[in-house]
Design a protein. Structure first.
Length: 103
């Protein structure tokens, strides 16, 4: 039960960081998932990627509805992310989990 409450709390923290800054969710999510919940680093990276993607999509939809989105930089950034994210996931499987969070 406490793990569910803790996980929900961490999710709120990540959501707030994304909502306030527009990014950086994974920077908080990966360490919270590893050290706060006890997930292995590779799982934490994958869960973080999915969580941040869905949260960012919700924020993007709201931004489009409010006519605040600048499409040209957004599309360029999206393309970069679409190239970088799969590469990052691929490399996570090749790197020892200790290096993912310790740098």
């Amino acid at each position: 039960m406490i793990e569910i409450v803790l996980t929900a709390f961490f999710g709120i923290v990540i959501g707030l960081s994304l909502g306030l800054t527009g990014g950086g969710g994974s920077i908080f999510a990966v360490p919270l998932l590893i050290y706060g919940i006890g997930l292995p680093p590779v799982q934490a990276v994958h869960i973080s990627l999915a969580t941040v993607a869905v949260t960012a999509l919700i924020g993007a939809v709201q931004t489009v509805k409010e006519h605040l989105l600048l499409w040209q930089p957004a599309v360029v950034f999206i393309i970069g992310g679409m190239i970088g994210a799969p590469l990052g996931v691929m490399y996570t499987k090749l790197i020892d989990g200790r290096w993912i969070v310790s740098g």
